[in-house]
Design a protein around this ligand. Structure first.
Ligand code: HEM
Length: 511
């Protein structure tokens, strides 16, 4: 059934499309356009009902084409299925840019309306001051090295009570538990002791905003046509504003501090900063939660893998202190648990549907052959790319926990199109080491201490939300009830974590 969100988006697409349709012509040097069974609106419907999976479905229908064009009414989407053309996109990073998407997000998702603020945020190529990109880049140094160690230490202290809790709860919703643990640990580690998200009402409002933000995208009279996410966003932004006015950020992580200084230093008001912060949390939470859930699902539903992972962690990453306290060592997970690291990346590969997207800011001749016209978008869907014989061949459809273990072959893991969950350079996730620490430490400790069983006894894959606008790691619909039973082997043992300075970065594959 069509939901209000979908109707609204469709309405906006049609309205804009009718305005833009006139005069848009296909240049014969552009990639071949593919039509849909449903005239005019077919691809727009495809996107609404299948999310970015629609790009992959279309690409699969045209396996002989390395790039195809889809008319989306507002603009054209050029969809790439060849690793060589992904590399060509990477070589043209100046004209095929991620930056315009930051302005789009500031307007629609964050809800910034002040024209002066939008001008400051706009990328330099488009005549703005480039603040959007500066905010993103300012965070990179705070997510590696010492600041990352501090964040990790803080996050670990916050996540442990969630793991302790499991010995007291018999049945719980595994997905909801991943949400609560990630939200608590990520927000307090970054915002500090006055964390605005410590209030459950603010957390709930943020999830309402997250789960309904598709309604905000048309950006037409959102206070009326997208009331639910609009007022939820306002509630959270007001809480962030109060936190800033009470100097909460002065005791926060460097990650929060740098964003505040760069944003407000560039001339944005505290109100606009607060709105941007609400949408920033999407990057921190929306992919981590499903990734954490699927790790638990894929590790616990494979008894052989679970046994091997337990053995590897026990042998290499478990420390027992003189007083008998057992702790999991983050640097050992990183350096001495190759199966865990490989299985983690395989979960991300297997469960994610990503499609890194760039905007064509200037006409670009891709690989000396395909003309990409300014104003359109180019997308690189992970599914058709990784299905090519020259990437993973037949094995792409199989869950292979050893896929990313080194065999000494130079091509190990890092093949163009072989792993795109953390993005395609130069736009790569700067939070990947933090997310990996959070997910792997939590998964390692739960595996050591508990047996998890789904209610009903069968690990049946839950249905994914295909149309999420912000998460590529497979958020699920509804709940996933499980029971947790403490393992006899460690009965009565006290547990902790261990983080050594300077050892927080993982050797992760990027696209
Ligand atoms: C498993 C969890 C995560 C996944 C799969 C993930 C994935 C990604 C991807 C694919 C991009 C690039 C966007 C694109 O090309 O379309 C990205 C960007 C970004 N991510 Fe993550 N992310 C995760 C967790 C995090 C965390 C925990 C943080 C922060 C602590 C974070 C911060 C960011 C930021 C700031 C950007 C924007 C980078 C830029 O514009 O240059 N991410 N992420």
């Amino acid at each position: 059934m069509i939901e209000t969100t979908q109707l609204l988006i469709l309405g906006a697409v049609v309205a804009l499309g009718l305005v833009l349709l006139n005069g848009r012509r296909h240049d014969p040097r552009e990639p071949p356009m593919v039509t849909h069974g449903i005239p005019i609106l077919g691809h727009a419907f495809g996107l609404l009902f299948n999310g970015v999976g629609h790009w992959g479905d279309q690409a699969k229908k045209h396996p002989d084409q390395p790039i195809i064009g889809l008319d989306m009414l507002i603009n054209k989407f050029y969809v790439i299925t060849s690793p060589e053309l992904v590399q060509a996109v990477q070589r043209n990073a100046k004209t095929l840019s991620f930056e315009p998407l930051l302005l789009f997000s500031a307007k629609t998702i964050a809800g910034i309306t002040n024209p002066k603020a939008l001008q400051i945020l706009k990328d330099k190529e488009a005549g703005g001051e480039g603040l959007g990109a500066r905010i993103m880049h300012s965070m990179t140094p705070t997510l590696i090295g010492k600041p990352l160690d501090k964040l990790n230490l803080h996050m670990i202290r916050l996540i442990q009570p969630f793991i302790e809790q499991l010995s007291e709860t018999s049945t719980f919703d595994l997905y909801g538990w991943c949400k609560d643990a990630t939200m608590a640990a990520s927000t307090e580690a970054t915002y500090g002791p006055m964390n605005p998200y410590a209030d459950k009402e603010i957390q709930d409002a943020w999830w309402i905003f997250e789960e309904n933000l598709g309604m905000l995208l048309p950006n037409i009279w959102p206070s009326v046509l997208a009331r639910k996410p609009y007022y939820a966003r306002k509630k959270v932004a007001d809480a962030v504003l109060k936190y800033i006015q009470a100097d909460g950020h002065k005791n926060a992580s460097e990650l929060t501090d740098v964003r505040f200084k760069v944003t407000v230093g560039a001339g944005l008001s505290l109100e606009d900063y607060s709105l941007l912060e609400v949408s920033m949390l999407l990057a921190f939470i929306s992919n981590t939660v499903p990734a954490m859930f699927w790790c638990m699902f894929d590790f616990f539903s494979r008894p052989q893998l679970l046994a091997e992972l337990r053995e590897e962690i026990e042998a290499n990453a478990l420390k027992v202190a003189e007083d008998g306290t057992h702790s999991i060592d983050l640097s050992a997970i990183r350096e001495k648990c190759p199966l865990l690291l490989s299985a983690f990346q395989e979960v991300l590969r297997y469960r994610s549907i990503s499609s890194p997207t760039r905007v064509v800011v200037k006409d670009t001749l891709l690989a000396d052959r395909y003309l990409l016209k300014a104003g359109n978008s180019v997308s690189m869907p992970s599914l058709p790319l990784s299905q090519r014989p020259d990437v993973w061949g037949e094995s792409q459809a199989v869950f292979d926990e050893r896929r990313y273990m080194s065999t000494g072959d130079k091509k190990d893991g890092r093949r163009t199109g072989g792993f795109m969950t953390f993005g395609v350079s130069p736009t790569v996730c700067p939070g990947r080491h933090f997310a990996s620490s959070e997910i792997l430490l939590l998964a390692a400790m739960v595996m050591m201490r508990y047996d998890l069983e789904p209610v009903g006894g069968v690990w049946k894959e839950p249905v994914k939300v295909k149309t999420s606008m912000v998460s590529i790691t497979g958020p699920i619909k509804g709940k996933f009830p499980v029971t947790a039973e403490p393992r006899d082997k460690y009965s009565g043992v006290k547990w902790g974590f261990h983080v050594e300075e300077g050892k927080g970065q993982f050797p992760l594959i990027i696209g």
